[in-house]
Design a protein around this ligand. Structure first.
Ligand code: 26W
Length: 831
């Protein structure tokens, strides 16, 4: 990749001085036809939704580009401080509707399409999800970007441009099958390749100590195999404010030098396959949620992201300020999305010392002043550790720096706890042959935050307790949120209109204004319309379920939904135990005052997570039996929705009555699906875990179905936990367990679900499913009874929406900015 430049005076406004593009239907329609006919070269016989979507995407993209340039100019001219959000995942979903909403041209575009005989709904479905993330952490990053653009904060996302995003999940024969998600095959109108900004990233080789011409001791990284990182920029529009921020995604690419040795030896094919190795780095997203697998390629991904992004930022600085780094920390900040990019701590040290000749203390001051770390999980199996051997082999120079960071860190530990050798072992960044990435992130940052109140407290007094003792001022909470633009305004237009009618649309940028809805909680006519909207959205959801599962969901039933990654701690199993209990009641004829219910479960299992896959099988097996039993009828329906993803949630959340947030207390850091459901008027049945606690606080306990042990009850019960005694003492639970054990749901496959039963019966069951069964069933009964009173239910539904103001990422970003980033919101002037 080679980019020649021409000798011309610069800047040259005559090249870029063009009149602004129209946002009206006429202008949109004209541009649409030009793209469809001239750029894409299609004719009147073309029926492919893809090209129709693409033409519209290009029309919208042009409008974004104008504002994008102006935003960059405004940031540049004001010499603003910027924050870089480093994340291995950005789960963006679809861009088209979001861009149209934020630009304020949805209605005009719809009009334009109508005039061309096209239907917006159909075009929308032509866009593949950008599934560059696993779940909560990746989607949170996407919501953060939306809010930062809307708040006009100069925040840049840095991530990887995976060729293959999160796998597509099929369900075949009642089990999960993974298919590759080649989301870029038809091109991507939302990215702008910037090959002129490529960066070189080193791997392997060794670190060499030498004296420079002035006799100063220095270090260089030599004999490395280098890889290009090429940036692709994705526009991130703010809500009707002319701001368009940037998400910069790196793609790896081979260098010519990469192949030189093999070419010289005459081995052409070996050379080409080496080239593949370089390009493989950003080929595929690791589909593991909450368990790390220590693969070398994953460490390569992490380092490529950290190194390319930091070089980009440091390079930008040097172009403007030369080698004077005094002001660097005042103008730049880095937020580490979990430990995945935390090798950035060592990489910034390396760039400052080896490439820009700063001394250790100056480099360390800059590093710790600019780095901030967000933790997203307490699960020990998710804590990243990289073997020192692998590190040395792949990243010899960064490892050397980490060793020195650790040496100096342990001196401080020794000073804080004199004579305490054990403490030094415990708090060492390197231990048991591993680099502990979370400790590197804590030591190298000035801010460490959790993502909900409970989670942050558990960090301070559990996982990072000793670090908290050393540096209490470093720790802070930032409760998660979601963007109401996508998760209410865009995905639920009917409810949005109903809300706007009474309180206006200010909530779109100030979610706390939803509180104004409370005034209508006893307005019977308004509540009736609230119910009508819910019915409409349930119809859309039922259509999706019919399409993807082939199951009919009667609209009068209670829609009870749990969608999220499949994990034991999230306890989809508890949900299905309750379903089996309901089935058992129906079979026993215990159906007085029954509430019909449709249970929907969806989510992906990590491909190597056997138990999660077994749980999917159980859900499918139970669904098969329940849905075909003539005694059941409409009383109970069960479906497993395949391929849960962002665009599916946009239909699911509006159509849900009851949101399942049933993790073992202390295990779900925050949750964000819980917030999307609440915003859309679902009631929550949940434990006191993560952000559920704050959701209940906001909604009021009478508008939340609470059950289960608290975090401290879980921990005190643990040593004496006796699930078999609990099962024996609870007839309902005993019957449920018995049905599974007796192969009721797998008559053709004896013992298929024995491992699941064993896990529930195990006194060491970390998730303590049996302990919460009784209170869960009781809370479910309460919910079912409450649903029988439509007025009371819709009143609670309205109160939930009205109370969701806290859970906007606008609020979350405001807090990050006030406490950690200190950026100045910068408006982009209208042309
Ligand atoms: C290294 C493998 C790996 C991959 C992903 C380990 C850990 C993760 C993430 C921590 C998983 C994740 O997405 N965590 C979720 O983050 C959300 C946003 O803060 C929270 O709302 C969820 O509770 C948390 O599980």
């Amino acid at each position: 990749m080679f980019h020649k430049t021409v000798k011309l005076s610069s800047p040259r406004p005559e090249l870029t001085d063009v009149p602004p593009l129209g946002l009206d239907a006429v202008a949109l329609s004209e541009d649409y036809r030009r793209y469809f006919n001239h750029t894409l070269g299609r004719d009147e016989f073309c029926t492919s939704v893809h090209y129709m979507y693409e033409a519209l995407a290009m029309v919208v993209r042009d409008r974004l580009l104008e504002r994008w340039k102006k935003t960059n100019a405004a940031y540049h001219n004001n010499d603003v401080k910027r924050v870089y959000y480093l994340s291995l995942e950005f789960l963006m979903g679809r861009a088209l509707s979001n861009a149209m909403l934020n630009l304020g041209l949805s209605d005009e575009a719809e009009k334009a399409l109508e005039g061309l005989g096209l239907v917006m709904e159909e075009l929308r479905d032509g866009e593949p999800d950008a599934g560059l993330g696993n779940g909560g952490l990746g989607r949170l990053a996407a919501c953060f970007l939306d809010s930062c653009a809307t708040l006009q904060l100069p925040v840049v996302g840095y991530g990887l441009r995976y060729e293959y995003g999160m796998f597509r999940q099929l369900v075949a024969g009642g089990k999960q099958v993974e298919e590759p998600d080649h989301w870029l095959v038809n091109g991507n109108p939302w990215e702008l390749e910037r090959p002129e900004l490529q960066r070189l990233v080193q791997f392997g080789g060794r670190s060499e100590h030498y004296q420079d011409a002035r006799g100063v001791d220095r270090v260089r990284w030599v004999d490395s195999e280098d890889v290009w990182a090429i940036p692709y920029d994705v526009p991130v529009p703010g809500y009707r404010n002319e701001t368009v921020n940037t998400l910069r995604l790196w793609k790896s690419s081979a260098t010519d030098e990469f192949n030189l040795r093999e070419f010289n030896a005459g081995s052409y094919t070996e050379a080409v396959s080496e080239k593949n190795a370089a390009e493989n780095i950003t080929l595929v997203l690791y589909p593991n949620d909450a368990s790390e697998n220590g693969k070398e390629l994953r460490l390569r991904q992490q380092y490529l992201l950290a190194s390319a992004s930091l070089q980009d930022v440091v390079g930008h600085w040097v172009r403007a300020h030369g080698e004077d780094f005094t002001g660097f920390a005042d103008k730049n900040g880095f937020q580490l999305n979990d430990t995945h990019p935390s090798v950035a701590v060592a990489e910034l040290m390396r760039l400052l010392m080896d490439e820009h000749l700063l001394g250790w203390d100056a480099a360390w001051a800059i590093t710790t002043r600019t780095m901030a770390y967000t933790n997203h999980t307490l699960l020990p199996e998710a804590l990243e550790r990289w073997s020192v051997d692998l590190f040395r082999h792949l990243l010899p120079r960064p490892l050397e720096i980490i060793e020195e960071i650790n040496r100096r860190h342990l001196l401080k530990v020794a000073a804080r706890w004199p004579g305490n050798v054990e403490m030094r072992h415990k708090l060492s960044i390197i231990g048991d042959g591993d680099v502990r990435m979370a400790y590197l992130a804590v030591v190298g940052s000035h801010s460490v935050n959790g993502v909900a109140e409970l989670h942050t407290n558990l960090l301070k007094h559990g996982l990072f307790g000793d670090f908290h003792a050393m540096w209490p001022e470093r720790f802070n909470n930032k409760t998660n949120g979601v963007t109401q633009r996508r998760w209410l305004a865009m995905c639920n237009p009917a409810l949005s209109d109903l809300i706007n009618e009474r309180i206006g649309s200010g909530w779109v940028t100030e979610l706390s204004e939803l509180a104004g809805l409370r005034a209508y909680r006893d307005d019977k006519a308004y509540l009736a319309r609230w119910r009508e909207v819910k019915q409409l959205n349930k119809q859309r959801l039922a259509k999706l379920v019919k399409q993807d599962c082939g199951i009919d969901f009667p609209l009068e039933s209670l829609f009870d939904v749990q969608v999220k990654r499949i994990h034991e701690y999230k306890r989809q199993l508890l949900n299905i135990l309750h379903v089996i209990h309901l089935y058992d009641r129906i079979k026993r004829g215990d159906t007085a005052a029954w509430t019909n219910r449709c249970v929907l479960i969806g989510g992906k299992a990590a491909p190597g997570y056997w138990m999660a896959k077994r749980i999917i099988k159980l859900v499918c097996a139970v669904a098969e039996v329940v849905n075909h039993d003539l005694d059941v009828g409409d009383k109970l329906k069960v479906a497993f929705l395949p391929n849960y993803r962002v665009s599916a949630m946009e239909i699911i959340a509006p159509g849900t009555d009851l949101s399942e947030q049933i993790s073992t207390a202390g295990k779900e850091a925050s949750g964000t699906g819980n917030m999307k459901f609440m915003m859309n008027g679902a009631l929550t049945i949940g434990t006191l875990d993560g952000a559920n606690i704050e959701i209940r606080e906001e909604a009021g306990e009478e508008n939340f179905f609470l059950f289960g042990l608290t975090e401290s009850e879980v921990e005190s019960l643990r040593p004496n936990y006796d699930p078999n005694a609990i099962i024996a003492a609870d007839e309902d639970l005993a019957r449920v367990v018995g049905l599974i054990e007796n192969d009721q749901f797998c008559p053709d496959r004896e013992g298929r679900f024995q491992a699941i039963v064993d896990s529930v019966r195990n006194p060491h069951d970390p998730w303590m499913t049996a302990a919460d069964f009784r209170s869960y069933v009781n809370a479910q009964r309460e919910a079912a009874n409450a649903y029988q009173d439509p007025v009371a239910w819709s009143r609670m539904s309205l109160i939930n929406t009205a109370s969701s103001g806290k859970f906007s990422t606008d609020r979350t970003m405001h807090e990050y900015n006030a406490d950690i980033w200190k950026l100045v919101p910068t408006a982009v002037g209208k042309a």
